[in-house]
Design a protein around this ligand. Structure first.
Ligand code: GLP
Length: 243
């Protein structure tokens, strides 16, 4: 596992975008796993500028998003569909049919998860998976206690995660209680993983994920077992140093 501490959020975002860009240049039909949340926004901004400057072509790229809230319409401004459209998809030349985001309002959620897994398989598997880190050590929406053999599935969100994500909603009642997420196994099957960590509230989770025991209590600790992980840490993520 390679860990790189960058001076600030902007540097972290630029480095992350360069890693993704390099991967697309090396393989124009890259299968890219993507994350949402505040952490990757800067990376998406850089990727959009690379595209606008004519440096990147997304026309053959395929994407799979990690997760989506259950019950939110794709046009709902709190949905991850909406987030991805705003931050990236609406600003680049990716083909809509190559963008895969779980549908949180599917009538059959289990079938939705199965089809998502099948699409990943059909695409040949994820080449590069971008991840963020939850304050409680979650990756995607795989909460503490996650089953490491899990593929894409339905989860009940913990109070901690609902609290952490309530900042995006106007009231507590609006924060979804459930989500669909790639499983730990799905994530671990990616060829390469890029974990982005930014924010003072992430220090403890990061320390446990990188240096603590490998345990389902800290889902991100499973990454210690993956052969190709790069971690980019914004130095503002305090409590990391000296651990
Ligand atoms: C959510 C998402 C995760 C994301 C995490 C961290 O719970 N499901 O995929 O990594 O939040 O988000 P942020 O980057 O906003 O701290």
């Amino acid at each position: 596992m390679e860990v790189i501490v960058t001076e600030n959020y902007q540097q972290m975002s630029q480095r992350a975008a360069r890693i993704v860009a390099k991967a697309i240049l090396a393989k124009p039909s890259l299968v890219l796993g993507l994350a949402t949340g505040d952490t990757p926004r800067g990376m998406y901004r850089c990727l959009v500028s690379f595209y606008q400057e004519g440096l990147l072509d997304f026309s053959q790229v395929t994407t799979f998003n990690l997760d989506e809230y259950v019950g939110l319409d794709p046009y709902d401004s709190h949905s991850y569909h909406f987030y991805m459209q705003e931050e990236l998809m609406g600003k680049i030349n990716i083909r809509p049919e190559n963008v895969h985001i779980l549908l949180g309002i599917a009538s059959d959620l289990l079938e939705e998860c199965c089809q998502f897994e099948q699409s990943i398989e059909r695409s040949g598997g994820i080449d590069l998976q971008v991840l963020g880190l939850g304050e409680n050590g979650h990756i995607g929406f795989n909460e503490p206690g996650a089953d490491w053999g899990s593929v894409t599935h339905l989860v009940k969100l913990t109070e901690e995660t609902r609290k952490a994500n309530s900042r995006f909603f106007s009231s507590w009642e609006e924060v979804p209680e459930k989500a669909l997420t790639m499983g730990i196994k799905t994530i671990m099957q990616a060829d390469r993983i890029l974990l982005l960590v930014s924010g003072k509230n992430k220090g403890a989770a990061l320390r446990e994920a990188l240096f603590g025991p490998v345990t389902p209590r800290v889902p991100a600790s499973v990454l210690q077992l993956h052969p190709q992980v790069m971690v980019l840490v914004d130095q503002g993520t305090t409590q990391f140093e000296g651990s």
